[in-house]
Structure formats: C-alpha cells, structure tokens
Design a protein around this ligand. Structure first.
Ligand code: GLU
Ligand code: ZN
Length: 293
C-alpha cells in the first residue's frame, strides 16, 4: 500500500486573509480531505520574514472556519539550507547562469521574432567570464541565478483546466538579494512534504509549467493541480483587503462560511457539511463576484 498523499495551503504572510483566500483554503481542504489525503499548512515567509503576527492571525482565521491540518504549520524561514542545497545541486549540474538584468533591462531587451511573450530574452545566458565581471562592475549588485532550460513550454494536468500548456523560460531560482525564488521554493517544499495535490488560485496557473519542469529536473513527481477561480470585487478586479468587509475580523466566521458556501452552491455552511456535498465536477468555473453589504 502506498501512503496517502497530501494537499496543502501555503499563505504568504503579507496581509490578513480575505474572503477569496479563505475560499481557496476551504477548496484546497475539500479537495484533500475528499480524496483521503493529509492536509498540510505552510507559511511562505521567505520574502516576508518579519510578519509573524500576520502569519499567526492567518492560521487562527483558518482554524476558526474549521480548516484543519495535520502536524504543525511549517515556516520556510525555519530551514533556509534546504533551498541552498538545491541551488548548489543545480549549479553543480551546470544548469544555472548569473543574470545581471533589471526588470527594465528585460522589458527593453530586443527579442527574437518568435520569442514567447513574457519570456526572459536570454541576455545573460552565454556571457563569458569577462563579460560577467564587466556587468557585475556596471550594475554594482549581485546577480540573480536563472535556470538554463531546454524548452519553451511544458504541459501540466489541471483538474479544472484540463491539460494546460504554458511558458517555461530561463526563470529565476535565486534572486539577486539571495532569497530563493518562489518557483524554486514551492517545488522544493512541496516535494519535501510529499505533496501530490496543489490547489490554489488560478492567478498561479501560468507558473505551474515552470514548476512542473523544475520538479521533473529534480527527480520529483509532478503534483496534480487544481487552479480555482479567484474572487472579484464589484469592479471586476481581484478582491483585495482595501475593498472592505472581506476579512474574518470584519465579517465574522458565520457570515464568511455562509458566503463561501453560497458561492460554491452548498447548503451547509460548515466545512464538514461542505465536504459531504463536495463534487469537483460541479465546481463553478468562473470567478465569484463578491459585493459586500
Ligand atoms: N504563497 C502563495 C500565495 O499566497 C501561494 C503559493 C502556492 O500555493 O503555490 O499566493
Ligand atoms: Zn540577464
């Protein structure tokens, strides 16, 4: 018998969770629990290590709406060596190169006629040692590290989007300031935890081909994905805290659960009740527009 896999929720502690985040967390929990998986909680604080208070509130809010997780929540800052080891391994395989480009350099770089939109233009891919030294002196900042990829696209399987093919460029694995890039950290952390089901907002769908490519490169299984629709505000923009009446502190547990249940078409307004009604085939495929009040 193989051990059950795991799903997860991985909030960044940049702001209190709003209704959209809470709904995504509930969906991730429903997908995991309905398939007999464990459910893990990971605070993605590599980039935001100062906001322990926000992380604590996020976890308290998730617990308050009935989302449960197995074992203690993990925090990325507790194991920085994990990412360094993977970056070192990729470097030893000759798969990384130093990139001195600013965002602006990348936006303004000349592109090959058929270069995919949004792809890194390859400026630093084949610099000589002398050219690297020169660019280092010119920019006066340490380089980012990019992955030398051998493709331009990859296909992932998504439970809601079917087979999704998207861009794989020479993406950053470690930023110039030394912080592991999100695309690297997420792959390494998911693999380390045995996560085989990734449910998250569909704003991250375009990142999933890069992550699947890196997972394969590192010899990890690629998880099954479900990218769920975001919640929008009255203007059709992604719901944000400034929209008001969106956090648990503002609307309360009972109303939040009722709103989430209504948005998903469930009669039960508890996560356990929603679990009984959960059917991935019947999930709404379009964004939910939330109008407070
Ligand atoms: N930490 C990311 C966020 O809060 C989610 C990353 C993921 O689920 O892969 O947007
Ligand atoms: Zn570059």
């Amino acid at each position: 018998m193989t051990s059950p896999g795991a799903g997860r929720f991985a909030p960044s502690p940049s702001a209190d969770l709003h209704l959209g985040n809470l709904r995504t967390a509930v969906l991730a929990w429903l997908f995991a629990r309905s398939t007999g998986r464990r459910f893990l909680m990971r605070v993605e604080d590599l980039d935001d290590r100062t906001h322990t208070d926000i992380a604590d509130r996020q976890l308290a809010d998730l617990a308050a709406i009935g989302v449960t997780w197995d074992g203690p929540a993990t925090r990325q800052i507790d194991h920085p060596d994990r990412y360094d080891a993977v970056v070192d391994g990729l470097a030893a395989r000759g798969l990384l190169f130093e990139c001195y480009c600013s965002r602006r350099d990348i936006a303004q770089a000349p592109r090959a006629p058929h270069a995919p939109e949004g792809a890194y233009p390859g400026t630093c891919r084949d610099l000589t040692a002398a050219e690297r030294a020169q660019r280092c002196a010119d920019t006066g900042r340490p380089p980012a590290l990019r992955l030398r990829t051998d493709t331009t696209t990859a296909t992932v399987h998504d439970l809601l989007h079917g087979d999704y093919t998207g861009l794989v460029d020479d993406f950053v694995v470690r930023r110039g300031d030394g912080v592991p890039a999100y695309n690297l950290a997420v792959v390494v952390d998911d693999a380390e935890a045995g996560i085989d089901q990734v449910v998250r907002g569909d704003d991250l769908l375009p990142s999933s081909p890069r992550q699947a490519y890196l997972a394969r490169l590192l010899g990890h299984p690629v998880p099954v994905y479900a990218h769920v629709p975001l919640v929008l505000n009255a203007d059709g923009a992604r719901l944000a805290k400034r929209d008001g009446a969106v956090t648990l502190a503002e609307i309360g547990v009972e109303r939040a659960l009722r709103l989430i249940a209504d948005s998903l078409g469930y009669t039960a307004a508890t996560v356990d009740g929603m679990l009984d009604e959960f059917d991935p085939a019947r999930l709404p495929r379009s964004p939910w527009v939330y109008l407070p009040g």
